[in-house]
Design a protein around this ligand. Structure first.
Ligand code: GRF
Length: 199
């Protein structure tokens, strides 16, 4: 008997190029067995939401400012994930820290992609261009991206896979982030598929 599709929710806050890579992989059959059931954004104006709508995927917005506390916003986020009957949650440029309750509810079933070779260049403050700035400042010869399981600490859970790229002498934050992002878009759908297959 065929296994039921794994229901995947994607959490975003920004442009959503990784979300797009996931949606493209689904369209081309590379993510068979996985159904994207919800794209939830912590920002109402995130372009990622537009990408989801274009693909006909349900969207939700949970902005911190609409709630009295961070805890309340996270509780609303968890509620939406439960309502969507998500099996797996993938963070794709999601800029808020998940509550311990949310992590516990989906223990071992939340994945994140980080634009560096963890455990290097991870943790609080290491997001977006700050990561690539730090890599350049440290004079690293290579960097890359990491897909990992999310736990209660920033960029901390078990690493599932990494892809490496060289750091070139003339690199700027822009050229380096573009090189890393290209690898992110290949790695994340692949690892999501492998992860969902073994559930
Ligand atoms: C990516 O670099 C990802 O590694 C990090 O946030 C960025 C999100 O980019 N977690 P996008 O919104 O997927 O384009």
């Amino acid at each position: 008997m065929p296994k039921k599709d794994v229901r995947l929710a994607v959490l975003v806050s920004g442009g959503g190029s990784n979300l797009q890579a996931i949606l493209d992989a689904q369209k081309s059959g590379q993510l068979s067995g996985v159904q994207v059931v919800l794209v939830l954004s912590s920002k109402g104006d995130a372009f990622a939401l537009e990408r989801a709508r274009q693909a006909g995927i349900d969207t939700a917005v949970v902005e911190r400012k609409a709630y009295a506390t961070e805890e309340a916003a996270q509780a609303a986020t968890l509620e939406k994930l439960v309502q969507a009957r998500a099996d797996v949650v993938s963070l794709a440029g999601y800029m808020r820290k998940l509550s311990a309750e949310l992590v516990a509810h989906f223990r071992g079933r939340i994945l994140n992609i980080h634009p560096a070779l963890l455990p290097k260049f991870g943790g609080p403050g290491m997001y977006g261009k700050h990561v690539h700035e730090a890599v350049l400042a440290a004079g690293e010869k290579e960097t890359g991206c990491t897909v990992h399981v999310v736990d209660e600490e920033y960029d901390h859970g078990p690493v599932l896979a990494q892809a490496k790229v060289p750091v070139l002498p003339k690199d700027t934050v822009d050229t380096l982030s573009a090189r890393v992002l290209e690898q992110e878009h290949k790695l994340y759908p692949k690892i999501l598929r492998e992860f969902c297959e073994q559930l």
